[in-house]
Design a protein. Structure first.
Length: 123
C-alpha cells in the first residue's frame, strides 16, 4: 500500500487524522463506562480507539477520493485572503455588542408584553 500523493495536503490530512483519533478517544471514554470487570473496559475502549485511528489513517492517507479532497482543501485555503488580526478582533467585538444589545431589547420587549398581558388578565 502506498500513500496517495505523498507530500501533498500534509496539514489537512494530519489534522483530519487527529480529529478522527479524538472522536475515537471520546467514544472510547464513553464506552468505557458500559463494561464491568478488571480488563474489559480497557480492551473495549482501546479497540474503539485503534479502529478509529486505523480508519482515519487509511481514509486520510490511502483513500484516493478523500485524499484528493483534503489536498484540494489545503490548496484552496492557501488562496484565501485572511483578514488582519486587528480587523478580526474589531469585527468580533461588533458582533458581540450587537448580540448583547439585541438580546437585551428582545428581553425588554418580552417583559413588556408579559406585563401588558398580565394587566389585561390574559396571562
Amino acid at each position: 500500500m502506498q500513500i496517495y500523493k505523498e507530500g501533498q495536503g500534509t496539514w489537512s490530512r494530519t489534522i483530519t487524522l487527529i480529529v478522527s483519533v479524538a472522536i475515537g478517544a471520546l467514544m472510547a471514554k464513553q464506552l468505557h463506562g458500559y463494561f464491568s470487570g478488571d480488563i474489559a473496559p480497557y480492551v473495549a475502549s482501546g479497540a474503539v480507539l485503534v479502529v478509529f485511528a486505523g480508519i482515519g489513517g487509511y481514509l486520510c492517507f490511502f483513500n484516493e477520493k478523500i485524499g484528493q479532497y483534503l489536498i484540494e482543501t489545503q490548496t484552496e485555503l492557501k488562496k484565501v485572503s485572511w483578514s488582519p488580526w486587528g480587523e478580526v478582533v474589531n469585527a468580533t467585538g461588533v458582533v458581540l455588542v450587537t448580540v448583547i444589545v439585541m438580546g437585551a431589547l428582545l428581553y425588554g420587549f418580552d417583559q413588556a408584553l408579559v406585563l401588558v398581558l398580565r394587566l389585561a388578565g390574559v396571562y
